[in-house]
Write a protein that binds this ligand. Structure first.
Ligand code: TXA
Ligand code: MG
Length: 335
């Protein structure tokens, strides 16, 4: 079912699949769109200063135009090309967490096309720590605008094969790398205010950030009337074709479902009838790394119900529960 959906929506472009960061970067520099690995998830990049190339990202993903893209940099010298100023709060966050799975909001430099930031006056900037991503971004030699490399509303790809499933025939190139070691997207931190505010939970946890700003908090998506500060939070994300449900742990599943149900969690014993697919994770880190890939495997197997075990709202568990909860909610297409 899933394979069919992908073929039916391909736009017929010839997608080059390569292991060479240099080849992928050359394609991007010529105005192409290129999927590439990072430590969080695979991204779909274009030259951030080339509005036409950025437009092609929105087209390939079928992404709503009001959802801004993150700009990726290869080193801190590129920051002044995209950020108008750097607050003390941002400096501190960069000092602690760059390079890594953190996106920081800065006032937008006027050279950054409005299309990238969806008209907002801020720009999200990320400096990935992943080796292949760093080599690729250095070769690109321009800041790279990149959302996650999935079609809008679908789970983010955490392997190059998943990026191929999502985007083959829709993008110019896909850079092959290993599986993304974190498996969930970066934390988005608004450093234009002090203390900063978390707009999206991710691998850099609230607890880690509170070591520097003890009173800081996360912004509930409903807090802002009018245009949301982080527009992507309005949408349903990360969702596979099957229905996703959160449960406290192994339990009796409706008998008519067991043959088409899947379960992922930290505890796996105690099912009266085993679900068709069952994944036990050693800890929350492994659970986070496995989640999106598990969703994809379930789709291919024709699973109709995916049960995810709830984990405590602590550390990476907060981001993990955020993604699971979003996958359960049928609202709108998004990232
Ligand atoms: O880990 C990640 O962040 C991955 C990798 C590829 O870097 N990228 C990613 O991008 O997850 P995307 O587009 O799927 O999610 C970006 C999120 C969206 O929720 C978007 O609304 C928010 O960041 N965002 C980006 N720029 C923003 C801005 N200027 N103000 C508020 N929110 C912003
Ligand atoms: Mg996304």
């Amino acid at each position: 079912m899933f394979q069919w959906q992908v073929r039916a929506t391909s736009t017929g472009m010839n997608t080059r699949i390569t292991r060479s960061p240099r080849t992928a970067a050359a394609i991007l520099r010529k105005g192409g769109v290129v999927a590439f690995p990072t430590e969080t998830v695979y991204g779909l990049g274009a030259d951030a200063f080339n509005a036409q190339a950025v437009q092609a990202i929105f087209h390939a993903k079928e992404r709503p135009a009001d959802n801004p893209l993150i700009v990726h940099i290869a080193d801190l010298s590129q920051l002044e090309r995209v950020a108008l100023s750097v607050s003390r709060t941002a400096l501190r966050a960069m000092d602690q967490f760059f390079p890594g799975p953190l996106t920081i909001l800065f006032p937008r430099h006027p050279d950054v096309p409005r299309l990238v930031t969806a008209g907002l006056d801020t720009v999200g900037v990320r400096f990935p720590s992943h080796t292949v991503a760093q080599v690729f971004l250095r070769e690109c030699a321009v800041p790279v605008a990149a959302p996650s490399a999935n079609r809008s509303g679908r789970p983010s790809p955490t392997t190059w094969q998943a990026a191929v499933e999502e985007l083959d025939g829709r993008v110019d190139a896909i850079l092959k790398g290993g599986a993304s070691p974190i498996g969930l997207e970066s934390t988005v931190l608004d450093c234009t205010q002090s203390p900063p505010v978390i707009l999206r939970e991710g691998a850099i946890s609230l607890e880690q950030l509170r070591a520097f700003w003890p009173t800081m908090r996360t912004a509930p998506p409903t807090e802002h009337p009018g245009p949301a500060r982080s527009p992507g939070l309005r949408y349903r994300h990360y969702a596979p074709a099957a229905r996703v449900c959160v449960i406290p742990g192994p339990a009796a599943l409706p008998p008519e479902q067991a043959s088409r149900a899947a379960y992922i969690g930290l505890d796996a014993s105690g099912f009266p009838t085993k679900p068709k697919r069952l994944r036990r994770c050693r800890d929350v880190t492994e659970y986070a790394r496995a989640l999106f890939r598990f969703f994809r495997q379930c789709e291919k197997q024709g699973i109709t119900h995916i049960y995810c075990q709830r984990v405590p709202q602590h550390g990476l568990g907060r981001a993990l529960m955020d993604r699971i909860e979003r996958a359960t909610t049928p609202i709108m297409r998004g990232n």
